[in-house]
Design a protein around this ligand. Structure first.
Ligand code: SAJ
Length: 403
């Protein structure tokens, strides 16, 4: 094997596509993951995550020898840290994976190397890692290039956005920023915007918090309109005719592992100042609970009116439309909550983007729509739009605006 130029620590939803992109540009990349199964899958030229066009990129990178994987890092010139930063109890960020990955590459670092964190991280993490590195390797003090450069790709469109999106790069000093910029310039056609590490860290958190706050506004409107007997979808469409208004769509909550998580990184460090950001999180979480309650009420009303138990279709489990990703999905949470309250009703759980699920018995959407008395739209998948079915004699709870 050729000596790798780049070591990619973490081969998940972002690390693997980034490694494949770098390898596509004929730069040798050594990918590292703690999961041996992931490593074996990649070395076989296969992938373990669902993302369009990633399979062919990885297959050819492995075949041509530009991408290899193992559970341990090797010596290179650039080290990228792309591992998860989940949160612990009390919604505090957990940077232990970043720390572990940094400790793993520490003994390999040499003068002039470039160390970049891409993982979403609380403000100050890059400086903390710099201190960790220099405390263990004092002879390298001020001789490394250390930077933070967050990704901002949209799951489902990662291979395109990785290349074309603008990026923010913040080094711990100017030289580090410049070195990191030169590195990304080789693979990225979007503009690279230079700043310092703390601003780059905050920028990532702010981007996702901004979207969370905007979605919370739409979700709050949906609660108000439900009480006021106003169609929220029509209302938003009309309000958006204003040249400077652009309200997002209400849904059954906010899911995924970014927007529903990252705002807590700000709230946990700046609790007194982050009032809107914290409240938005509460509103978006409450919206999922509210949807589950609405199903419960519809169920009881049906039984009172018809003197029998209804059958209920739960339409969609993914965390957003047209993907198969169920992680942190509000629709899944609602389905679970509704099923916990089941009392001999018939349920049809529908998710057209997956074939089977270990907990839910899945039904096709056509069968579910035909058989159910109450139809609950949880995710606005394309399959659910413009349905030719007659929904006149059904009770429809449309939480995502498909009808
Ligand atoms: N949602 C709504 N209403 C809307 C838009 C979205 O309820 O009008 C919901 C979705 O259904 C979903 C959640 O919000 O449950 C998040 O979906 P999303 O499409 O807004 O975002 P993600 O989580 O797939 O990706 C986000 C993106 N960030 C921004 O748009 C600011 C992406 O660019 C980031 O790279 C990604 O987070 C990340 O990795 O941080």
């Amino acid at each position: 094997m050729n000596k790798p130029e780049v070591v990619m620590m973490g081969l998940g939803y972002i690390g693997l596509p980034t490694a494949a992109l770098i390898a596509q540009n004929k730069t040798y990349v050594h990918g590292v993951d703690i999961n041996q199964k992931v490593v074996d899958t990649i070395n076989d030229g296969n992938i373990h995550v669902v993302e369009p066009e990633l399979d062919t990129a990885v297959a050819s990178a492995v075949k041509e020898g530009y991408l290899t994987a193992s559970t341990n890092p090797v010596e290179a010139n650039t080290y990228l840290i792309v591992v998860p930063t989940p949160f612990k109890a009390k919604n505090e960020p957990d940077i232990s994976f970043v720390e572990a990955a940094t400790k793993a590459v520490l003994p390999l670092l040499k003068e002039d190397d470039l160390y970049i964190i891409e993982s979403t991280s609380p403000v100050g993490t890059t400086e903390k890692m710099m201190q960790l590195i220099y405390s263990e390797r004092p002879e390298l003090e001020s001789k490394l290039n250390i930077a933070y450069c967050p990704e901002r790709v949209l799951p489902g469109n990662v291979m395109y956005e990785l290349v074309h999106n603008d990026r923010v790069i913040g080094g711990i000093n100017e030289q580090s920023t410049d070195k990191a910029e030169a590195f990304y310039n080789k693979f990225i056609s979007g503009n690279l915007h230079k700043t310092n590490a703390r601003t780059a860290e905050m920028c990532k958190l702010v981007e996702n918090s901004s979207r969370d706050v905007q979605i919370a506004f739409a979700n709050e409107l949906s609660l108000i309109c439900d009480k006021a007997d106003i169609n929220v979808w029509e209302l938003i469409e009309l309000a958006n005719k204003h040249p400077r208004v652009n309200i997002l769509q209400p849904g059954c909550g906010v899911g995924g592992h970014c927007i529903a998580v990252d705002p807590y990184f700000i709230v946990s460090d700046y609790p007194m100042e982050s009032k809107i950001i914290g409240t938005a999180r509460e509103i978006n979480n409450y919206k999922s609970f509210w949807c589950a309650e609405k199903v419960q009420i519809a169920k009881l009303e049906f039984e009172l009116r018809h003197g029998r138990k209804p059958s209920i279709a739960l339409m969609g489990l993914a965390f957003k439309p047209n993907i198969d990703d169920l992680r942190e999905s509000p629709a899944k949470y609602i389905a679970q909550k509704v099923l916990q309250n089941a009392n001999n009703e018939e349920y049809y759980v529908v998710e057209p983007n997956i074939k089977e699920h270990k907990v839910f018995k899945l039904t096709s959407y056509k069968e579910a729509l035909e058989k159910a008395d109450i139809i609950v739209f949880l995710v606005a998948h394309d399959e659910f739009k413009n349905l030719p079915l007659n929904l006149n004699n059904k009770i429809v709870l449309d939480f995502c605006g498909v009808v």
